[in-house]
Design a protein around this ligand. Structure first.
Ligand code: FES
Ligand code: FES
Length: 133
């Protein structure tokens, strides 16, 4: 078995797929390695991510990592969500095959882009929080 049960579960039943029409932040990123793209939408209330959804033209590993990543950041404060790394996401899935590790970067980057967009919409420079985008 190349993929863990958790990966298979999140691939077969991805959580939080879709879009949020009145999102407070939207991030879209492309994977330099494979050309796949990911879009993430967040709702923010009082500095907390109250809802998150994603859409991807990515592979199964991208779907699984984004699915679990949305579960990991929902209900979190923005600053805590920003601490999420693709490594933590991969660990939460009990690992990914080495050739598929780059796929997990999409979720982390899309989330950071969505938070960055949120800050910009608030008139706040996101660089101190998110780094250069
Ligand atoms: Fe996109 Fe992997 S290259 S599915
Ligand atoms: Fe492109 Fe997985 S191969 S995101």
């Amino acid at each position: 078995m190349i993929y863990s049960e958790k990966v298979m579960d999140h691939f077969a039943h991805p959580r939080n797929v879709g879009e949020i029409e009145d999102a407070d932040g939207v991030g879209e990123v492309g994977n330099a390695k494979c050309g796949d793209i990911m879009k993430m939408y967040i709702k923010v209330n009082d500095g907390v991510i109250t809802d998150v959804k994603f859409k991807t033209f990515g592979c199964g590993a991208a779907v699984a990592t984004s699915s679990i990543a949305t579960e990991m950041i929902k209900g979190k404060k923005l600053e805590d969500a920003l601490k999420l790394t693709n490594k933590a996401v991969v660990e939460a899935l009990d690992g990914l095959p080495p050739a598929k590790l780059h796929c997990s970067v999409l979720a982390e980057e899309a989330m950071k882009a969505a938070v960055s967009d949120y800050y910009k919409r608030q008139g706040i420079d996101p660089t101190p929080f998110v780094g250069k985008q």
